[in-house]
Write a protein that binds this ligand. Structure first.
Ligand SMILES: NC(=O)c1ccc[n+]([C@@H]2O[C@H](COP(=O)([O-])OP(=O)(O)OC[C@H]3O[C@@H](n4cnc5c(N)ncnc54)[C@H](O)[C@@H]3O)[C@@H](O)[C@H]2O)c1
Length: 90
């Protein structure tokens, strides 16, 4: 399973990505780069640029593979349970 880090190009998220990649975890990131930086995301992680509020965009991300959601914005996904599990800071 892939861990999807929402807001993974930001301060907390990019540190989370670093840790996960170092643990050999398969990682993907969703970030709209409103505050984050693409360069902050480790090249080992797949990067999807877009907004977590954009349902169609998020559906397209979840269609690619089953994810476990994580990161500072993942509280948005706690209630769905539809696309995988959700853990994180909110
Ligand atoms: N940095 C800290 O020490 C700290 C401490 C306690 C709480 N927090 C909270 O944790 C959260 C994250 O903090 P941070 O320092 O990593 O912030 P940050 O701004 O560095 O990271 C947030 C990331 O989310 C992205 N983002 C924002 N809205 C988005 C959206 N709609 N769709 C996709 N991506 C989006 C931004 O581009 C950015 O990369 C914030 O809510 C902050 O208040 C931070």
């Amino acid at each position: 399973m892939t861990v999807l880090v929402l807001g993974g190009a930001g301060y907390i998220g990019s540190h989370m990505v670093d840790r996960l990649v170092d643990q050999q975890t398969d990682v993907a990131v969703v970030d709209n780069l409103v505050k984050g930086h693409r360069a902050a995301v480790r090249p080992e992680a797949r990067f999807y640029e877009g907004d977590v509020r954009d349902k169609e965009f998020m559906r397209s991300v979840f269609k690619k593979r089953k994810h476990r959601c994580s990161g500072p914005l993942c509280g948005l996904f706690y209630r769905t349970g539809k696309y995988g599990e959700a853990t994180g800071l909110l």
